[in-house]
Design a protein. Structure first.
Length: 317
């Protein structure tokens, strides 16, 4: 299939699932930090900083000012129209892509996205976020994304649209995992031999839906190196970097099947180098400096790949 024909199939599906995955990850992180903000025993010097640093474009000064302000964070992240990455704006963008791809998505999926759009635009939502009802709003939004993922998985046909949407989803998930991991290792200078307790790592693990699996898979201490093993290198953890890269590779093969264009071979090689770089990293003997470089280099290479992939398939001629 020609690239300009593929772009008509690919564009809306890629960004639909990428926007929804970004919103899902952001809400999971927000819900985790919000609930744990009530725990007075936690020495929470970061507050909402990891969330604000990755998911918003607020300046470091604004983040420092508002990182412990729950009311501000809830409204800014969920429904502030000035925040390009607010839940409201991201769901609106996802709905626009879904509308443009209605011949490629199922009726059930469109109806669910439409329902989420109308809920997030309720006029009284910002006021309700200032009340104890905020926890119920977060619970509903998180449940809606569980339903979205279920409806998508159960009802969508496994054609090119599925492959492009899955690539977008897992690029976004992989970048989230790396960025959130950096947010918790940077303050301790990537110290793999440190003695941070489970309370410190619990926020990161819960934000990535990996807390329960971590407890079942690893002994109690020490945590600093084991957390990296889990969130970056664990092939059985659905949010780990190595697992998501494997899924991207699988769906790339689907997209490039029977495609002999030179650009397709170039993209295959580019992604192969990225995946091999992580696969052949010996995490058992990583130094602090090497860990920082592995996270940075993997993130940079994945961002570069995402941009090149988008230029190849989504640039209309």
């Amino acid at each position: 299939m020609e690239v300009n024909m593929l772009s008509r199939v690919a564009d809306g599906m890629f960004w639909l699932n990428r926007y929804m995955e970004r919103t899902d990850g952001m809400l999971l992180t927000l819900n985790t930090l919000y609930i744990m903000s009530f725990d007075q025993e936690t020495n929470d010097y970061q507050g909402y900083k990891p969330l604000l640093k990755y998911y918003t474009d607020l300046s470091p000064e604004y983040i420092a000012e508002f990182q412990h302000d729950t009311n501000f964070v809830l409204k800014y992240v969920i429904c502030d129209n000035k925040n390009l990455n607010s839940v409201r704006n991201l769901i609106t963008k996802a709905r626009e892509n879904a509308r443009g791809s209605q011949d490629k998505i199922t009726k059930e999926l469109w109806e669910h996205i439409n329902s989420m759009y109308h809920y997030i635009n309720l006029p009284d939502l910002p006021k309700r976020l200032e009340t104890p009802d905020a926890i119920n709003i977060l619970a509903k939004l998180n449940k809606d994304f569980l339903l979205y993922n279920g409806i998508f998985h159960v009802t969508m046909p496994r054609g090119l649209g599925w492959c492009f949407s899955s690539i977008g989803k897992h690029i976004e998930r992989c970048l989230q995992t790396i960025s959130m991991t950096q947010s918790y290792y940077a303050p301790i200078e990537y110290n793999l031999e440190g003695k941070e307790d489970l309370l410190y790592w619990r926020k990161l693990l819960l934000s990535l839906s990996g807390y329960e699996l971590y407890l079942k898979s690893y002994s109690n201490i020490p945590h600093n190196r084991k957390v990296i093993q889990h969130v970056i290198f664990n092939p059985d953890f659905a949010h780990s970097v190595i697992f998501t890269l494997g899924l991207i590779e699988t769906y790339l093969e689907c997209v490039f099947k029977n495609n002999n264009l030179m650009e397709a071979r170039t993209m295959r090689n580019q992604f192969g180098r990225l995946k091999s770089y992580l696969e052949y990293t010996d995490y058992h003997h990583l130094t602090n400096f090497q860990l920082e470089q592995v996270l940075k280099n993997t993130k940079d290479q994945l961002n570069d790949f995402s941009m090149d992939f988008s230029k190849l398939f989504f640039s209309y001629t």
